[in-house]
Design a protein around this ligand. Structure first.
Ligand SMILES: CC(C)(COP(=O)(O)OP(=O)(O)OC[C@H]1O[C@@H](n2cnc3c(N)ncnc32)[C@H](O)[C@@H]1OP(=O)(O)O)[C@@H](O)C(=O)NCCC(=O)NCCS
Length: 183
């Protein structure tokens, strides 16, 4: 699969709103379904973060040839040794392995940042598709954190997954598919 990741840009807002406006995409999240203004605020902030050297989080757009932007991937710095991945896929394109591919590229990139020992991810216990992605890329389930977020239907628990640097079957050729030059 020739999926690539490149920095999010303000011009991506209309495509991103196609999924950010949907209940199914934000069901287990603290945000959404978004108004256009809310998606615009998110995209503007995420695009601007690429120009701030010390921003704690980076957001990429996942791009497939012929289909354009198909999702987002994110990396958040939890500590100098730990980074957290996140991902979302266009609702028309679920079940084709795209989130798995985004997650593989994000973890590869994270382990090539100096000092990264651990990469983690969390998901709502009901989010079985996301749990399947994390297990498939080789992360281990560590336990469930209780009431980590207040979402639309009440307090949400979070399943915690991680992979350590010595456990990761690195494939540096993946790095050619991630760019970090904002436009
Ligand atoms: C979670 C999400 C990213 C998955 O994206 P995707 O591109 O469909 O994921 P993939 O196709 O790579 O893998 C999905 C896996 O879940 C499985 N799956 C899909 N829907 C499922 C469901 N309703 N119940 C159980 N498993 C499901 C698929 O079969 C696949 O696993 P398998 O290959 O072992 O069979 C997507 O549903 C999404 O964007 N959700 C909203 C945002 C979100 O929840 N992000 C994650 C935050 S933790």
């Amino acid at each position: 699969m020739s999926l690539t990741l490149r920095p999010i840009a303000r011009a991506d807002v209309h495509r991103i709103h196609e999924w950010a406006s949907q209940e199914s995409a934000s069901r287990y999240q603290t945000w959404g379904p978004n108004t256009f203004a809310q998606t615009e605020a998110f995209v503007d902030a995420a695009a601007a973060a690429w120009f701030a050297p010390d921003a704690p989080a980076r957001t990429w757009c996942a791009v497939l040839p012929g289909q354009g932007v198909v999702g987002n991937g994110g990396l958040t710095s939890i500590s100098p040794h730990c980074q957290e991945i996140s991902y979302i896929v266009h609702t028309d394109l679920w079940g084709r392995g795209l989130a798995t591919e985004i997650a593989l590229l994000l973890v590869e990139f994270a382990f090539h940042q100096p000092g990264t020992e651990r990469v983690q991810a969390t998901c709502d216990p009901r989010n079985t598709a996301s749990a399947a992605v994390l297990t498939r890329i080789g992360m281990s389930y560590e336990g469930t954190l209780r009431h980590t977020m207040l979402i639309r239907d009440g307090w949400r628990d979070s399943r915690m997954y991680s992979v350590l640097t010595h456990e990761w079957p690195s494939d540096p050729s993946r790095l050619h598919r991630i760019s970090t030059e904002p436009t």
